[in-house]
Design a protein. Sequence first.
Length: 335
Amino acid sequence: MVSSDPGLQLKCIHRADGDADVYFVANLAPKNGAADCAFGVTGRQPELWDPVSGERRDSPEYQLSAGKTIVPLQFAASQSWFVVFRKPVSSGGRFSGVKHFPETKIVGDLDDAWRVQFDPKWGGPAQPVEFATLEDWTNRPEIGIKYYSGTAVYEKNFDLPDTVSASPGVRLFLDLGTVRDIAEMSLNGHDLGVVWTVPWRVDITSAVKAKGNRLQIKVTNCWANRQIGDEQLPADCVFCQRRPGLRRAAEGIPRMAGQRPAPPIGTFHLRNMELFQQTFAAGAERIIGAGYVPKTMNNFASLVKCPPHLEVSIKSCREQNLKHLKNETTIHQII
């Protein structure tokens, strides 16, 4: 690495595969930044491969110096890239006039009212709810939203601002800010795919129109939020006395086992062990004990649409995991 923004933590591994050199460069820091990275290769074209989207493209911006190739890279929080060298180049030096990471500007925001539909089978309101602004579900007064786990469907109609250029070659992106934990998007009936990690944005150039856009975003969170709500209700089984450092387990089969719909006490998951503390001070929820399933596995379960009651809770607190679709949804244009 030649230089980088303060706070970035970059790590790199290298593999040679025949005539190709493959580097995996990861930003371990939870912050955005840029760096000029030097690779021990010369005379070959650097390619950038996105491990999340699978997109591959030649980098038009690099420099050959002292037997190394210097490539400027930009990273979102905890983002990574594959940098691959396998094709020869005919000349050295920095290619000018074209940037690999063009600057963008915000040309509009979608932070005002949204129509949100929750699933009543999992405790959500039966009728759609209007959110005056995008906000954390856990800040809502309705119990059916505050402790909801599953998929909620956000819908909104919008027009592009008059200032947005319609020139050929202009690309527009929808930036969701932050999502907990996974979102599936469609615009005017066009499937925009699924986002589950940074950067939380999709290219909407081919789907957007000047007026009368219809946007739908399906946001699915993890099961921990429902468990937090259920554990404030009367226990549906008798728990053993907890020994220091261990979670309390059920002495017998919970009453909910084999029952559908849920029993009158209102729980939505089978509780055979105490996972969360019984006292819920703001921001203090946590799983008791150290066992957990990595978040990537939980996200994969959501991606393949496993029923929420089959998902496994993850080690997290509400502050980290349950912010859902926040008030940062914007439209960006490359400049």
